[in-house]
Design a protein around this ligand. Structure first.
Ligand code: G1P
Length: 290
């Protein structure tokens, strides 16, 4: 029987240079899609998948994330006085219980594998999830919940998969496929950011993982790979001989909010999906001239 997934790592140490100057003094994970920061979407997804402990791997200039998930007594008093219960409830939704949230500092940007390794003592010994907040999943059943539901069948390592255009393989970890039933892929290899020529398929790892703690035996070696960084994909590949590895095509849509177009598209999609503003927004969009 596979273990329950109780803990999740959120690597939030990245600089967000693609969104400068917006991210000069603000973490990129705090960029809002409509009115909610990216990081909150990821945390809500984790909560709906049953995650109980939230581990943020942070870096310089990221304290706004800590404040966001904490109480704000001044604001609460003010909203209570003004009788704004809806807004008060929004605030409550982004306060995580004391003791359920940990912050670990990644002092140097050495890559995703290194960020996950920084949290090793907090997750040691049990399988855990990793959520990359740049990847925003718009799904009826939240993406990580879909994976947690599938995990009893696979155990080992399980990653979310999206088939990407051939000319985009160099942006992703790409899977080499042993068997594929349309939903679950049994994987026999993977390459981080391969060129079109070197890509073993077009099935890309997208930002949701369930990982076996065995990954730390590889990450401990601190081996560097693509871009001179310690790559999570390389560490996963190195455990293929002893940990079963599957990819799962999720049901829904993913927005790459690490780039401007993906981020803008996410804002449009989420706004059109919001009962309180969608009609007005549609009218406003029609008035735009292209
Ligand atoms: C990271 C991973 C890559 C994965 C991608 C998904 O890359 O290293 O394997 O495909 O996230 O978004 P990054 O986007 O941090 O360069």
């Amino acid at each position: 029987m596979s273990a329950r997934i109780r803990k999740a790592i959120f690597p939030v140490g990245g600089l967000g240079t693609r969104f400068l100057p917006a991210t000069k003094a603000m973490p990129k994970e705090m960029l809002p899609v409509v009115d909610k920061p990216l990081i909150q979407y990821a945390v809500e997804e984790a909560i709906s998948a049953g995650i109980e402990h939230f581990i943020f791997v942070t870096g310089h200039g990221k304290t706004a994330i800590e404040d966001h998930f904490d109480t704000n007594p001044h604001l609460e008093i003010l909203l209570k006085k003004e009788g704004k219960t809806d807004l008060l409830n929004f605030l409550k939704n982004c306060t995580l219980d004391s003791g359920k949230i940990s912050y670990i500092r990644q002092s140097e940007p050495k890559g995703l594998g290194h960020a996950v390794w920084c949290a090793r003592d907090l997750v040691a010994g049990e399988p855990f999830a990793v959520l990359l907040p740049d990847d925003l999943f718009h799904c009826k059943v939240p993406c990580l919940k879909q994976m947690v539901d599938e995990y009893p069948k696979t155990a080992g390592n399980l990653v979310a998969v999206e088939d990407v255009p051939q000319d985009q393989t160099s942006r992703y970890g790409i899977l080499s496929i042993a068997t594929d039933d349309g939903k679950l892929i049994r994987v026999n290899g993977m390459v981080e950011k391969p060129s079109i020529q070197d890509a073993p398929s077009c099935s890309a790892i997208v930002g949701r993982y369930i990982l076996s703690p065995e990954i730390f035996s590889e990450l401990d070696k601190q081996k560097t790979g693509a871009k001179g960084e310690i790559q999570l994909t390389d560490a996963m590949a190195a455990t293929l001989d002893r940990v079963p590895f599957h990819g799962m095509r999720f049901q829904g849509k993913r927005f790459d909010c690490g780039n401007k177009i993906g981020f803008l598209m996410a804002n449009i999609e989420y706004a059109l999906d919001r009962a309180d503003i969608s009609e007005e927004f549609k009218k406003a969009l029609k008035n735009l001239s292209f």
